[in-house]
Each structure stands twice: as C-alpha cells, then as structure tokens.
Ligand binder design. Structure first.
Ligand SMILES: [Zn+2]
Ligand SMILES: [Zn+2]
Length: 565
C-alpha cells in the first residue's frame, strides 16, 4: 500500500465519532414500520399548519415564551451529551444492528432507539432494491421482487424532460471489505434506497433522464487535487482493502467509483450550464466534500462538488455558488476555494466550538488572500437543529449574500445527515425542510441548480429527503410554508454572529443585522425587567397582607409597583 493510504481497521474517529451523540425520541420510536410507506415524509402535516397559525399571532419579543408551542429546549442540551458506553456494556446481553441506520441496539428493544426501525425490518428487500453485494437471508426469500439496477441506469432520455440524474451502478461496488458490526454507515444501500424511492414515485425512471456515465480524467482532477492525492486513490485498486484514515476505506473498485462520481458531477454541471438540462441531481458515492487538495478523509475520496464547479466554469459559468447543507463542515471544499473569489462557499453545519467533526468551519473562517467574504460558515452551536433554524438562516444570511453575489450556477453539497433520524447528525430537518431550501435556491441563477449527494445514513430519511428535493427540481411546490417560522435562541445567536462577521463583506447584511440585533436587545431587556419585577415581589411574603403587617404589605407592593413602572 502506498501513496498515503493506510492498512488499518476500525471506525475509531472521523465522522463515526459523532455516532456517540445520540438522542432518544418517542416520535422516532413510534415510526411506522410499514414498508409500503417507506418514502412518505415523516413530518406531520398538521404540525406546520398549527405552528404557522400560532406564529402569526406572536411577536418577535414574546416568541420564546411559548416553549411548549415550539417544542424547543434551548437551555438544556443534556440530551446531546456523548453516550456513556460503560452503561451499555453493564446491561448488555445480546445486541442487534439496525438495518436502516446501522446503530447497535440492545436485545430487549424491538425497535431501534435512534430511528424506530423494527429489528426484523426488510428495508433492504421488499419495496427497495436489495444490494447484490449484501449477505442478507431476506434476499433469498424475496428474490423474485428484486429489480436490477441496470434497468434504471439504462433508461433512455425522456422526451421533454429537463431534470437530469447522474447514476451508475458501478458506484455500488465501493464497499468496506471487512464486515463489521455495526457496518460502515457509508454503504452501497444508500444509493439503492434513493433509487428505489425515485422509482416508486415514478420520477426515475419516468420524469427525469439519465446522463451517460463517464470517468473523470487525471487532467480534470489535477485542477482540484494534488498529483499525490490522485495517485493515492488510484493505487488502492492494487489492494483488496485499504484505508486513508481509520474511517475512510477503499476496495479494489473504489478508485473507479470515485472517478465515475466526479465524472457524472462534471458532466451534469456542463449540461446544466450549457442549457441541455434545466437542473440535475447527482446520485453518487463516495461522497466528496471532506476531500481536500491533498487528502481523502471523512468517507470522501475526490471532491465531486469542486470538480463540478470548475466544469461549470469551463462551460461558461463565471460565478458559482456552492451551498453545503451536509451536517458536517465541508473542509475540503473550503480549502480548495478559500482563495477564489469566483466560487462562493456557504456551509450550514454543526460546529460546537470545533468539537463536532471535522472541527473546522467557525464563523471567523471567511476566506483569505483577497477572497475574504467568499467563504460563509454558519456554525450551529448544538444538535437538534431543525427546519425553523435552517429557514431563518436561509432568509437572513444565505439568500441576501447569494442574491448580492448573483451566481451563474449553483451546486448544493446535499448531505442528508442533518435529516430527522440520522444516527450521525442528530438534527431535525424534514423532507419538507429540504424541499423548501431547494425552492429558495431555485429562485437564483435562473434555476441552474445541481444537487450532489454527500452524506446521510438513515436509509428512510435520505430516500424521502432526496425524493422531496428532486420533486422541487421537477417544478413541484415545496409544500409547507416556512416563511413565518421562528428560530431557536441558539439559532438566532448563530445567525447574529455570522451577520456581524460577514456584514463587512456583504452590504445587504448591515440593515438585517441592525434590525435583528435591536429586536434581540429589546427582548433581552424586557425579559430582564420582568425577572427583576418578579424577584422584588417575592421579597414581600404574601401572608403579610392578612396579619399585622398588612399595611406594610400594601405599602411595599404599591411602592414597588409605582417604582417599576
Ligand atoms: Zn436505526
Ligand atoms: Zn456529513
């Protein structure tokens, strides 16, 4: 093994570290296990309507006083403390591995404590395309139900269709050789369940068309990666199994899969910029946004979004926006473009003062060497971030900056690991939330939008989320209305921090910052005043009013009442 790849085993660091951040949610446990409803959106349609109705009646100042209404718990983040393994070991007898999200569960539980999937789930057989590589007994029973993925990849272009899909079944061959328990979360099943969901919805094959697969050339890759990096990926074809980092594996087919993923992204970008396709979705793996100039890491080999951005510019796009909504910061993409004013990189991700993988992506990282302001990081300070915070950041940071930048082409680094139920991201974006973000981006750059799959490890979440996004690409309405949703306190403070830093580079942010900050100060002032008033009233005991101190009680209350006005 050469070129920097290591022959080691074990998921001991990197993205998988974050699987230690866990949350139990009764809502997740109650998930419907019916396979026929696997691709349904998980959001309760009544809830957004109820929220919207209630929110219209509230002011900015009092919105945080309705904790029950918004189901927020901003003060107490104890749910997000790292899982204490010693407790698990103490009571462990037998364990089972969730087929939907790969998490290990205790034998006493019939449903996964992360995603609610039943232990006997046939998610990889009935209703989905089963993996031809998986050693699953269910496959024998339902052999007749399994459709070949070739049928999807070889579909001819659909007349009048303008949304292109990039997919090739050879990307399924990239898999970890060592079978472990739990299995590696970045697994071939991810692509298969999304393809199956699109097929069931009549989208692909059907309303979208497939572009021919092509392997990226070394000449194209060298514009993004160092020669040493390219060689280190290619050399993995000579070994049965190799590792770039303890959690970034390769087998003999990984280099081919990485070349296909990057080639499909480059060709989709060219097709959209040249007008041959209206927009596109790259259903590809291995993912790419952690891959930097000279290193593979975080499950990523080649940086597909970076390759696509340069292909778009070669096809005529002058300015490219890369919007990264994967729950992890795209450190590789940031590194590749941090000196480049023609590519604006905006990322929303968990950061938590650098404690969340990969640790980069603080708001202060704005680009360098004349490209300051062309890197915009929106770093969440906690887990559990949902549609309301993402929508708030889109309205107050992403949309104003993107409008001012005025891109010719937009790439979405679309990890779905901030989706509700994801075992690594532990956030709360619904399929409707992803659809809404896609809808907002679709208003820019004349709708020239390429969505590239990055992370996302809950099979049901990624299939329903990707399907919701592609429906918007096809022109459907995003459904739920999020315009009036309010952010959590933590989300608002993150947005204020980003605005304060980025307003030096983007003129449109100044008035937004002043307005939001004054509202926030007013809210803090009124809250403090109420607390002081409450404390003062408590100084005078209530029983004074019925005893010989009654006159003193009324005097004190009246006096304080006047004073506090
Ligand atoms: Zn699970
Ligand atoms: Zn990720």
């Amino acid at each position: 093994m050469g070129g920097g790849a290591l022959e080691t085993n074990g998921l001991t660091n990197g993205e998988t570290e974050n699987s230690l951040h866990r949350q139990f949610s009764p809502a997740h446990a109650a998930l419907d296990n019916s396979l026929s409803h696997a691709s349904d959106a998980v959001a309760d349609h009544d809830v957004p309507a109820k929220r919207a109705r209630l929110q219209k009646e509230l002011t900015f100042q009092d919105m945080y006083q309705n904790e029950g209404v918004f189901d927020e718990d901003d003060e107490d983040d104890s749910d997000w403390e790292p899982f204490q393994l010693h407790k698990c070991v103490e009571f462990e007898i037998k364990k089972w591995c969730c087929r939907n999200c790969t998490m290990i569960n205790l034998d006493c539980n019939d449903c996964c404590y992360i995603c609610g999937e039943h232990r006997e789930s046939k998610i990889l057989s009935h209703g989905f395309f089963a993996s031809p590589l998986a050693q699953d007994d269910d496959l024998i029973e339902v052999q007749g139900d399994i459709k070949g993925l070739k049928d999807v990849g070889s579909q001819k272009s659909v007349a009048n269709s303008s949304t292109a899909i990039g997919f090739d079944e050879r990307m399924l061959l990239h898999a970890e050789v060592d079978k472990k328990s739990p299995p590696h979360p970045e697994r071939p099943d991810r692509l298969q369940v999304i393809a199956a969901s699109l097929s069931r919805a009549g989208i692909f094959p059907g309303k979208c068309y497939a572009i021919p697969a092509r392997e990226i050339t070394p000449e194209e890759l060298i514009t993004v990666h160092s020669l040493e990096h390219i060689e280190s990926v290619e050399v993995t074809t000579e070994s049965l199994s190799s590792y770039f980092t303890p959690d970034t594996y390769a087998n003999q087919h990984s280099a081919l899969a990485a070349r296909l993923a990057a080639g499909l992204c480059a060709d989709l970008a060219s097709a959209i910029v040249s007008g041959r396709a209206k927009n596109g979705f790259a259903l590809v793996r291995p993912p790419g946004h952690h891959a930097g100039v000279r290193q593979a890491m975080g499950f990523c080999l080649h940086n597909n979004a970076a390759v696509a951005a340069l292909a778009a510019q070669a096809a005529g796009a002058r300015k490219v926006l890369i919007l990264d909504w994967d729950v992890h910061h795209g450190n590789g993409t940031q590194e590749i473009f941090e000196h480049n004013k023609s590519v604006l990189y905006i990322s929303l991700h968990r950061h938590e003062d650098g404690k969340f993988y990969p640790g980069t992506g603080a708001a202060e990282e704005v680009g360098s060497m004349g490209a300051e302001g062309y890197c915009v990081n929106i770093p969440w300070s906690r887990g559990g971030v949902g549609d309301n915070d993402y929508n708030f950041a889109f309205q107050h940071v992403v949309l104003p900056i993107a409008s001012e930048f005025n891109p010719d082409f937009i790439i979405v680094s679309a990890g779905f690991d901030a989706a509700r139920g994801d075992p690594l991201g532990c956030c709360d974006i619904t399929p409707s939330g992803y659809a809404h973000m896609t809808h907002v981006l679709n208003t820019l750059a004349g709708g020239k939008l390429l969505v590239i799959l990055e992370g996302g490890y809950n099979l049901r979440s990624i299939s329903s989320s990707a399907t919701a996004v592609i429906k918007v690409l096809l022109g459907e309405s995003p459904g739920c209305e999020l315009e009036n949703s309010f952010p959590s306190k933590a989300g608002l403070l993150t947005v204020l921090e980003v605005l304060k830093i980025q307003m030096k580079f983007w003129l449109s942010l100044g008035p937004i910052f002043v307005n939001l900050e004054s509202q926030w100060r007013m809210y803090c002032f009124q809250k403090k005043r109420k607390q002081i008033k409450k404390r003062r009233r408590l100084v005078v005991p209530m029983w004074w009013r019925w005893g010989r101190k009654s006159s003193l009680f009324y005097f004190m209350n009246g006096h304080l009442h006047k004073k506090s006005k």
